[in-house]
Design a protein around this ligand. Structure first.
Ligand code: SF4
Ligand code: SF4
Length: 393
């Protein structure tokens, strides 16, 4: 047994790195610094040394691990299929366990308790919505509807027909309810009955990425009880979907909403709508592209919505949002955000499609006021309803 004990890596996974370096060009932190310890290969070497008891879990190890965005671009590039996401989650958990701090305890509360506290999230959403109307809220958040509209516990569509269980999450339900509303409208139009069991909770991705594995596991248990009887679990936030797909009990039933909608378009249950040549730029969230291997489906959805689709930054680096990364490493996060916004601006499109709420917030921070950022399914729902061009309110 190795020295990493909270979520230990498999020795075979660590040994499968052949140090070829093919992951280096796709790694944002390596590209920005040129530092081997900020590369996937360097991080694996550091984890290997700790796991073999050659090096300690100390402050330097914590820095090496925490500087990783967990974007998993290295996983996609790696010819040896090193499961980097799982390995880095284990290393992060070890850092949290062996270097406890007051800040760590606060973070644990934030990502394991606050995100599951529905009344707190709802109050926060209402307060934020009021601040936005007074012009006091910062950039990065879409306008929160008032009164706040939760999908929690709801049921929509025909009594008969296939049931799609909507994963509503935590922040997404409180602050991105427009995305859920669009998902519900499009799924019902495709013939689904949509249900959103109220007993589900936060997906636990932020807790797991931040190394609080026990908190993430508690959330997973609650979600298993809520979702185990579902036929299909539909997720409209890529970060949540990538995490839920790894669940050993119900992960095989989880689909991103763009997968479900693209399939319904392909088999004729949803129409291909007429367009007028307006451009939309597609941003590929890491947790959709690298975490779920989904690239074509958002493009199908946008094409069927009547738009000319352009790639914002195909094969590019992470946008720098990455959960709590923008708080921990604001300079690196901002540099990556600026690069992504420049790539979007270079497309000439002012409508931007992103299938992940965190990426959307990051894009909004760095794009000028003239841009509109929406989930691909919101754009399709708007075309389906005959509402024409999307605005930002
Ligand atoms: S691409 Fe894979 S095998 Fe090659 S150095 Fe990176 S992690 Fe190791
Ligand atoms: S997950 Fe992203 S930031 Fe971390 S090592 Fe891999 S490519 Fe680099």
């Amino acid at each position: 047994m190795g020295w990493i004990t909270v979520l230990p890596p498999e020795r075979v996974d660590l040994d499968s790195c052949v140090t070829c370096g093919l992951c280096l060009p796709v790694c944002p932190t390596y590209r920005l610094t040129g530092d081997e310890t900020a590369s996937p290969r360097g991080r694996l070497a550091a984890i290997d040394a700790v796991d073999q008891g050659i090096a300690p879990v100390d402050e330097r190890f914590g820095e090496i691990i925490d500087f990783c965005l967990q974007c998993r671009a290295c996983e996609t590039a790696c010819p040896s299929l090193v499961p980097f996401g799982r390995i880095i989650e284990g290393a992060t958990a070890e850092v949290r366990a062996q270097t406890p701090s007051v800040e760590g305890r606060l973070r644990r509360f934030g990502v394991t308790t606050a995100l599951r506290t529905i009344p707190l999230l709802r109050s926060g959403a209402i307060a934020l919505g009021l601040l936005q109307r007074l012009g006091l809220a910062s950039r990065g958040l879409r306008t929160i509807p008032l009164p706040e509209r939760s999908a929690r516990g709801g049921s929509w569509g025909p009594g008969e027909g296939p049931v799609a269980t909507l994963f509503i999450g935590c922040v997404a339900d409180a602050w991105f309810s427009d995305i859920h509303q669009a998902t519900i409208e499009v799924l019902v139009a495709a013939g689904y009955r949509v249900e959103a069991p109220s007993s589900q909770t936060c997906c636990g991705a932020l807790a797991a990425h931040d190394g609080f594995i026990d908190g993430a596991e508690k959330m997973a248990e609650q979600n298993r009880a809520a979702l185990r009887d579902a036929e299909v679990v539909v997720v409209d936030v890529a970060g949540c979907g990538a995490h839920l797909k790894d669940d050993p009990e119900f992960g095989h039933k989880v689909l991103d909403v763009t997968q479900v909608v693209a399939e319904a378009i392909d088999d004729g249950r949803l129409p291909v709508l007429e367009g007028n040549g307006e451009l939309v730029a597609v941003q590929d969230p890491c947790h959709l592209e690298h975490g779920q291997g989904i690239i074509e489906q958002p493009r199908t959805v946008l094409w069927a919505a009547g738009y000319d689709v352009v790639d914002a930054d195909r094969g590019g680096l992470c946008c720098g949002a990455a959960g709590t990364y923008l708080v921990d490493h604001p300079d690196t996060s901002s540099e990556l955000g600026r690069r992504k916004a420049t790539a979007v601006a270079n497309t000439g499109a002012t409508l931007v499609a992103s299938a992940n709420a965190g990426c959307e917030m990051q894009l909004r921070r760095f794009l000028d006021d003239g841009y509109v950022v929406r989930h691909p399914v919101e754009i399709y729902a708007s075309s389906l309803a005959g509402e024409g061009h999307m605005s930002d309110d």
